[in-house]
Design a protein. Structure first.
Lengths: 109, 115
């Protein structure tokens, strides 16, 4: 199966709530990244965490990485309707960036 | 970060025809990438295009079906040849940061529907 499997596939929450998305992968990596895609448009890079890091913050985003479990999570705090999008994890390994299946997040106003 | 534009933004094509998608970057970059995103799915890398050399295709993609040009450091084209409905997808170009592909900046995509 594909590197970068995400869970859940879809998530619906109310504005102001926190959203957590998970990503699992199979091989060793140099780093793991999260991207956002609005309505089938281009992807926007959100955050990168290196294999020797365990946690990283950027604004309302918090990413964790557990290399022993080959998993990562993306937490979006105090969600807004504008956060509605698809979120993809992507692993970078051996000069190759491989995308997961994505989580569709819907934030209801 | 790089600013990337794509043309066309969307198109509806008849089966058996070909479509060329253009990707323009506002700065010179070594590596450009072409991805396909089938409906409701993730991104799959089609090929890597370096200026002055042949594109490198991923498993399952061939030059006859997806010819790529890379005439200079700011521009590339992807042609989807002899299209069938299975080619209906979003096609995205991207460039790597710092000259590599560790972090990528994406164009807005070309939404293709083949009838």
């Amino acid at each position: 199966s594909q590197q970068g499997e995400e869970d859940p596939q879809a998530l619906s929450i109310q504005e102001g709530e926190n959203a957590t998305m998970n990503c699992s992968y199979k091989t060793s990596i140099n780093n793991l990244q999260w991207y956002r895609q609005n309505s089938g448009r281009g992807l926007v890079h959100l955050i990168l965490i290196r294999s020797n890091e365990r946690e990283k913050h950027s604004g309302r985003l918090r990413v964790t990485l557990d290399t022993s479990k080959k998993s990562s999570s993306l937490l979006i705090t105090a969600s807004r309707a504008a956060d509605t999008a698809s979120y993809f994890c992507a692993t970078f390994s051996g000069s190759r960036l491989t995308f997961g299946e994505g989580t569709q997040l819907t934030v209801n106003p | 970060s790089a600013v990337i534009s794509q043309k066309p933004s969307r198109d509806i094509c008849q089966r058996g025809t070909s479509l060329t998608i253009q990707c323009q970057v506002d700065s010179q970059v070594t590596m450009m990438f072409w991805y396909r995103q089938q409906p409701g799915q993730s991104l799959t890398l089609i090929a890597t295009a370096n200026q002055g050399s042949e594109a490198t295709y991923e498993s399952g993609f061939v030059i006859d079906k997806f010819p790529i040009s890379r005439p200079n450091l700011t521009f590339s084209t992807l042609t989807v040849s002899n299209m069938s409905p299975e080619d209906s997808s979003i096609y995205l170009c991207s460039v790597g940061s710092w000259g590599g592909q560790e972090t990528q900046y994406f164009g807005p995509g070309t939404r293709l529907l083949v009838l």
